[in-house]
Write a protein that binds this ligand. Sequence first.
Ligand SMILES: CC(C)(COP(=O)(O)OP(=O)(O)OC[C@H]1O[C@@H](n2cnc3c(N)ncnc32)[C@H](O)[C@@H]1OP(=O)(O)O)[C@@H](O)C(=O)NCCC(=O)NCCS
Length: 219
Amino acid sequence: MENEFWPLFDLRIRTSRIEIRLPNDNALGDLARLAAKGIHDPVAMPFLYPWTDEPSPLLERGMLKWGWRHRAEWASNNWTFNGAVFVNGEVVGVQSLMATDFAALRAVKSGSWLGLAYQGQGIGKEMRTAILHFAFEALGALEAHSGGFIDNESSLRVSRALGYEECGRRTVLRRGIPTELLEVRLDKSQWNTTPHTKVEISGLDDCRDFFIAPDSTVS
Ligand SMILES: CC(C)(COP(=O)(O)OP(=O)(O)OC[C@H]1O[C@@H](n2cnc3c(N)ncnc32)[C@H](O)[C@@H]1OP(=O)(O)O)[C@@H](O)C(=O)NCCC(=O)NCCS
């Protein structure tokens, strides 16, 4: 056990190719190095908050602070799970899952990125499938939300491939320029209609209360 008081570190979400787990400080450092090597063409900006514009070492420090902040602010029913994604024991990116008032709303939101060297090989789709399986099948979520800038083809294609449907558009400032953001939503009923890669979860029993407050009822 990584830390008896923080069993979240021992939660594992796996497919035959990837493993998702909460990064410890070493893994956060690996993620920081990976992000500094590049996540996207510097001309483009896929993120709402343009954190990849930070020069080194601020980008790397920012990555550590981001990991620590979400750990420190974790609350039952209100959480951001920033899962590090591993392939063959090497960290390749992040798959996040967030919820607010989870027991009452049973809705989740996701965000993700991969190091450039790992993109375009189906890993993005597989890690989203894994986290959706975790949300719908293990936590009892009823709907999942995501979104992407209108020109972020790979991100929007992952969503479309998994059955999400467009549920709104809004214009936000991207590097100071108004840009359209597409919002998408996937219902549990829609999720149930499509076959998915097999996903295995371990270590949830010891940290279920991190996700759902023990006095809330989720069936
Ligand atoms: C978005 C991201 C996580 C997707 O992961 P990925 O492993 O590259 O995607 P996959 O290989 O699983 O491919 C998913 C779909 O996108 C398509 N795709 C992949 N790379 C693409 C590209 N550069 N341009 C257009 N389409 C692309 C694939 O063909 C596939 O579509 P299909 O299911 O219709 O065949 C990854 O590309 C990434 O980290 N991008 C930069 C950061 C980012 O945009 N994060 C999301 C912010 S909203």
